[in-house]
Design a binder for this molecule. Structure first.
Ligand SMILES: Cc1cc2nc3c(=O)[nH]c(=O)nc-3n(C[C@H](O)[C@H](O)[C@H](O)COP(=O)(O)OP(=O)(O)OC[C@H]3O[C@@H](n4cnc5c(N)ncnc54)[C@H](O)[C@@H]3O)c2cc1C
Length: 418
């Protein structure tokens, strides 16, 4: 979990489960694509480069008119900061190495943002709210949060393995019936089509699912303004590649094992070098399982290949950087493919170029009938300060639930007055 101070998801979890701070070895080792370890200066510069991420936020805060950054992508700002940093460091490292460090940093950023810095708006760093306290780690996995939240919900109130396909939200406009109910149509896993009606509906599908289906899902359609806002929000991809080995072939203290791609690599590392270059490190997941994080670019480029082929190519990569041609192929390989899963279509949202907090607000404005919110929208992408996070998703759900409670409270006050 990203940040703990003022994080309601962390608070809830820590009251009920052991939660530790993320104490993975931050340093590990750094290697050049020639297979040789990078020297100490490269390591120090790499730490400097990683700091740029925090600086970016501070620099934007210091701007007189942050809106002037509206049309800038993250990589442009990063290049300026990097050039300044290099100048102040007076480094003796060759350009190929300093470029490789910058490239490494950009890959790390693409993992945080879910998209490459070429596509992320620099405004993200003005509006995203950092929470202090470091990253917390939940050994049981974050699904325990769901278990906690659904504890008080009666089991028969939850319908699983059912896909909502249609939401008829304005009964008056749809069938001339002024019931005020929202008709929800869903399809069960055996293909049956079922309709239920509701006083209010909170839509929590990912922004990727909403972007793909809003035109067929809502009757009547979302307004043009709202559709445009929904479509403007960035939705990123981050995946994980787990490599399982019969036995370890590594020294634990070398991990995370970081890759610095020097710019001459293509000529002697021909096989699809372009996507290899977007992989920046391998870490130990646990025991004899290694983990590689794949950014949007890697996911789009190679995740259509069969697992075995991906395993083979990654082995070439490891052999190269670890300088060891006898590294075995993994005995098993597991990839998450969030962007290929019809119920997610990506991982988490990012601030796309041209997006502002207003985009998120418009995209998630409730659909009202006679002023009453009938269909409401939550999910991480709708939360201005904490988009892309679990606590953002949780907060946004509470926000919409409160909206419904307010309607109910008003109705009951009116009834009492009558
Ligand atoms: C690899 C990875 C690592 C991450 N690490 C962190 C982290 O360390 N900290 C952090 O805070 N966040 C992290 N996140 C982000 C976090 O997981 C998401 O922000 C959060 O899960 C979003 O929750 P959500 O409820 O908005 O959407 P989702 O989790 O996408 O939930 C949407 C739900 O809608 C369902 N659905 C979709 N379509 C339909 C339909 N038609 N009918 C019915 N149901 C439908 C889906 O099945 C799903 O259950 C990570 C994400 C990934 C992928």
């Amino acid at each position: 979990m990203h940040g703990i101070k003022g994080n309601p998801a962390y608070w809830l979890l820590s009251q009920n489960f052991p939660v530790s701070m993320d104490n993975r070895n931050a340093n590990g080792s750094i290697h050049l694509s020639s297979g040789n370890p990078a020297d100490g200066e490269a390591g120090r510069l790499l730490l400097d480069a990683e700091e740029l991420y925090d600086n970016l936020n501070e620099q934007l805060m210091a701007m007189d008119n942050p809106n002037s950054a509206k049309n800038t992508v993250l990589i442009e700002e990063a290049k300026i900061l990097w050039a300044k940093k290099l100048k102040s460091r007076n480094t003796t490292l060759k350009d190929a190495v300093t470029d490789a460090i910058f490239h490494y940093t950009m890959i790390q950023w693409s993992m945080e943002d879910g998209e490459r810095a070429q596509n992320v708006s620099v405004l993200a760093y003005l509006y995203y709210r950092y929470l202090e306290g470091g990253d917390a780690f939940v050994p049981q996995g974050l699904s325990v949060l769901l278990e906690l939240l659904q504890k008080d919900i009666p089991e028969d109130a939850v319908i699983l393995e059912a896909e909502v396909t249609k939401i008829n939200w304005d009964s008056l406009e749809v069938d001339g019936n002024a019931s005020g109910k929202v008709d929800v149509e869903y399809i069960t896993s055996d293909g049956s089509k079922i309709e239920i009606d509701a006083d209010h509906v909170i839509v929590t599908v990912s922004i990727g699912v909403l972007q793909k289906h809003h035109r067929s899902m809502f009757v009547p359609n979302l307004s043009k303004r709202q559709s445009k806002a929904v479509e403007k929000i960035g939705f990123g991809i981050v995946n994980r590649i787990f490599l399982h080995y019969e036995e370890k072939f590594w020294n634990e203290q070398d991990f995370p094992y970081r890759f610095l791609w020097d710019s001459n690599i293509e000529k002697d590392f021909k096989e699809d070098a372009h996507w290899f270059r977007e992989i920046s490190e391998v870490e130990i997941y646990k025991g004899s399982i290694l983990l590689i994080w794949a950014n949007a670019y890697v996911s789009r480029e190679v995740f259509d290949l069969p697992d075995k082929e991906i395993g083979r190519r990654i082995t070439l990569l490891l052999r190269r950087f670890m300088g060891n041609d006898s590294i075995p192929f993994p005995s098993d390989l597991l990839l998450t493919r969030w962007h290929k899963n019809d119920h997610f279509l990506g991982s988490y949202s990012y601030f796309a170029l041209g997006q502002t907090p207003a985009t998120q607000r418009i995209a998630s404005s409730p659909l009202r009938v006679n002023g009453i919110p009938k269909v409401l929208f939550s999910g991480e992408a709708t939360h201005v300060g904490r988009y892309s996070t679990v606590d953002g998703a949780y907060r946004s759900g509470r926000r919409e639930a409160r909206r419904i409670i307010n309607v109910a409270a008003k109705e009951s006050a009116t009834n009492r007055a009558d």
